[in-house]
Design a protein around this ligand. Structure first.
Ligand SMILES: Cc1ncc(COP(=O)(O)O)c(C=O)c1O
Length: 422
């Protein structure tokens, strides 16, 4: 029997107030929740010091970044644009590490400003060497193992293009020697929603790689910590996963004499359950006997593409528009508002509807999609069907709501288009 999901950080009264004050759909984030998650990450077990980098791809909203900055969290940037965005919002360049699939076009300027470069391929390492002979550099390795919550979020092993293949250590050394580079940091990241056991095994493989680089003094083990969105999903416990790894760092120190500093790069962990989307029920339609009852929301893949991309499950909580919910339940397929068969919020891997039991949903009721703090606003198919970018609201510890992103208007959607005479 499916469990009926509950609100994670909002009350029903808050949901109604937010919907009335800001309209729907709207993202809502909990400042208190984000700060608590930062505290948990900052207490990750470590032997010789820790730096936590926020994988800002998860949610690069200015206020979110500013909350992280006040907590002393550093930045994992995935593109030159993310690095520049973090600098724009007040991070020092030295607090940012760039780990990018594409070689940054302004690499020289970024590195000269102080941004740390993590070479993700032999070509990237060589390009860095040509620009900065004799300098220190970090290298990302593909450790040969990967794990993600789906195949699509697994970025390690033979099927993944991320990082230098672990058997190419000698080639890395040759390039480093040719340009006098010092490899001061080794980095691995094996996927999002990784199995904690695989994550731990990769820590050992990463230490073995670090042991081959005498100048290495930092080991960055990436992010990927699994976070349960649904009641039946588990969240990685940092103490359980981190203690044995801290022990491995101590063993490394006694064997090789280097006290490695640990870095981790959580994205999901810091944000997933600290964000939700408040939507309204726009329509309820049925496909008759043997069919389904569909609840259509006024939100969809233009603000959260995860269900269509990964068949990801998000808790859906019905909040009555009128007041107390009747407590009655019903089985629905939830769909988004985009004119797209794939805009199914409750869908099977590979497509197709999956019914979900939730509270009874009536026209105009609100539906809160939980677990929407990471990889939703940032990874949406924004402006598909010309729906405007969704507004974002922060709930403070005092329960005060602050608008932190305005809803986009039509003018902003048109702004970069240039009319030509035809
Ligand atoms: C290099 C790197 N570090 C950290 C992360 C964060 O992963 P997660 O949000 O699963 O913690 C990612 C995500 O793709 C990544 O590519």
């Amino acid at each position: 029997m499916q469990s009926i999901e509950k609100l994670k950080f909002l009350t029903e009264t808050q949901v109604r107030s937010i919907a009335k004050q800001f309209g729907t759909p709207v993202f809502v984030y909990s400042r208190e929740g984000i700060e608590k998650s930062c505290d948990t990450a900052l207490s990750f077990p470590n032997a010789f010091g820790l730096t936590v980098r926020y994988a800002m791809k998860a949610n690069p909203n200015r206020t979110v970044l500013e909350i992280m900055k006040r907590k002393g969290i550093h930045i994992d940037a995935s593109s030159e644009y993310e690095a520049q965005r973090a600098i724009h919002y007040g991070f020092k360049p030295e607090q940012i590490m760039l780990t990018s699939q594409e070689l940054a076009k302004d690499l020289k300027e970024l590195v000269e400003s102080g941004v740390v470069f993590n070479a993700c391929s032999l070509r990237q390492l060589e390009s860095f060497g040509k620009l900065f002979p004799g300098k220190e550099v970090s290298v990302r390795f593909n450790p040969g193992l990967g794990s993600g919550h789906t195949k699509k979020t697994d970025v390690g092993g033979k099927t993944s293009s991320f990082g230098v293949w672990h058997e190419d250590i000698e080639k890395v050394k040759e390039i480093a020697d040719a340009y006098g580079l010092k490899i001061f940091k080794i980095h691995t990241h094996i996927g999002s929603g990784s199995d904690p056991e695989v994550w731990r095994a990769v820590a050992q493989v990463s230490l073995d790689i670090a042991a081959r680089f005498p100048d290495c003094r930092i080991l960055d083990l990436g992010g990927g910590f699994k976070v349960g969105r649904m009641e039946d999903e588990k969240t990685t416990d940092f103490q359980t996963i981190g203690k044995p790894v801290a022990e491995l760092f101590r063993e490394f120190a006694s064997k090789y004499g280097t006290q490695l500093h640990l870095e981790i790069e959580p994205g999901s962990f810091l944000m997933v359950n600290n964000g939700a989307v408040v939507s309204a029920v726009d329509d309820v339609v049925s496909t008759g006997n043997g069919g389904y009852t569909f609840v259509k929301l006024d939100s969809g893949m233009d603000l959260n593409t995860r269900p269509s991309l990964y068949a990801a499950r998000h808790p859906l909580v019905v909040v009555s528009a009128e007041g107390e919910h009747s407590g009655k339940t019903a089985e629905y397929v939830y769909v988004g508002h985009c004119c797209e068969s794939g805009d199914l919020i409750t869908q099977a891997e590979g497509g197709g509807p999956v019914p979900r039991i939730t509270g009874e949903a009536k026209l105009g009721d609100y539906v809160v999609m939980e677990g929407a703090g990471a990889y939703c606003s940032s990874m949406s198919t924004k402006n598909y069907n010309s729906f405007p970018e969704t507004a974002e609201v922060l709930v403070g510890a005092d329960g005060v709501f602050q608008l932190i992103r305005k809803r986009q208007n039509l003018e902003q959607i048109f702004q970069n288009e240039i009319p030509v005479s035809l």
